[in-house]
Design a protein around this ligand. Structure first.
Ligand code: NAD
Length: 286
């Protein structure tokens, strides 16, 4: 039986979520996506127009397909949490069942159960502001979208995960080291995500017999990273200073995610795995 995967946080073919989908598709998994509600229309239109066809190509020549594409907003757990202005927003009102609990219900209905849960999303409205200038609202929004969203997903999808299943999220080493420019509480959000990965590994491990790990990725010029503004500098810095001097390809993260959800890593849980050409082990810039 092919494994079933649900991946939250794909809205184009440039980010880590897409690359993880590809690596899982290569390994024979059946993939469904959760796409951020405001990005869903353009994603679907681009998909239908064939804009992703080149990057959908698998090694056997076939095109990667998705069994279901769900609208999703990971900052809301149930409809009771949704403020009126969001519910009334055209892009939201035109879609249904996009809170985390509702998406999990839809996935249960459509797929029964899943084996693989991927969290590849983050959002920090004040990411360009230093922590010293970050508002309480911006800080809490970063934590809500980028950290609590993982807890919410494990809460709601855990019950429909098969034993031996695995959860993987994406983090960044700004959790441990000072990365000037990665602001708005996003550094805090990643620290929380890594800590929660350990506690969830224990709790969901005992309760659902699933593993929970996170990948600490090196810099990639995704849409989210471009919004932060200094990604090209980060890519250059990483190239110049890493033990392995090459640019990180998204598929390298995809392949490690495939390992972390496969039986090859059956004793690995609660782990922060660096996929960064080794930059994190350097002590000084070269
Ligand atoms: P990306 O833009 O491809 O992915 C981020 C996704 O999050 C987007 O698809 C966006 O639509 C979605 N999203 C934002 N808010 C959401 C919400 N409330 N509900 C549902 N979806 C929402 O960019 P990416 O860089 O591939 O990011 C994926 C993950 O990788 C993130 O956790 C990011 O922090 C992490 N990461 C990125 C880098 C990098 O350099 N790009 C490095 C380390 C870690």
């Amino acid at each position: 039986r092919g494994k079933k995967a649900f991946i939250a946080g794909v809205a184009d073919d440039q980010g880590f979520g897409w690359a993880i989908a590809k690596a899982l598709a290569e390994a024979g998994a059946e993939i469904s996506l959760g796409v951020w509600v405001p990005a869903l229309n353009i994603f679907k239109t681009s998909f239908e127009k064939g804009k992703f066809d080149e990057s959908r190509k698998l090694s056997d020549g076939s095109l990667m397909t998705f069994s279901h594409i769900y609208p999703m907003d990971a900052v809301f757990d149930t409809m009771a949490d949704v403020p009126e202005e969001v519910a009334a927003n055209k892009r939201y009102a035109g879609n249904k069942k996009w809170t985390v609990a509702e998406v999990a219900e839809c996935v249960a209905q459509d797929s029964g159960s899943i084996d693989i849960l991927i969290h590849s999303l983050a959002n920090g409205p004040e990411v360009v502001k230093p922590l010293l200038e970050t508002s309480r609202k911006g800080y809490l929004a970063a934590l809500s979208a980028s950290s609590y969203s993982l807890i919410s997903m494990v809460q709601r999808f855990g019950p429909i995960m098969n034993e031996g299943g695995a959860v993987v999220s994406l983090t960044y080493n700004a959790s441990n080291r000072i990365i000037p420019g990665y602001g708005g509480g996003m550094s805090t959000a990643k620290a929380a995500l890594e800590s929660d990965t350990r506690v969830l590994a224990y709790e969901a491990g005992r309760k659902y017999k699933v593993r929970v790990n996170t990948i600490s990725a090196g810099p990639l010029g995704s849409r989210a990273a471009r919004a932060i503004g200094f990604i090209d500098d980060m890519i250059r810095y990483s190239y110049e200073n890493s033990p392995i001097q090459k640019e990180l390809a998204a598929i390298e993260v995809g392949n490690v995610a495939a390992f972390l959800v496969s039986p090859l890593s059956s004793a690995v849980t609660g782990h922060v795995m660096f996929v960064d050409n080794g930059l994190n082990v350097m002590g000084i810039a070269t």
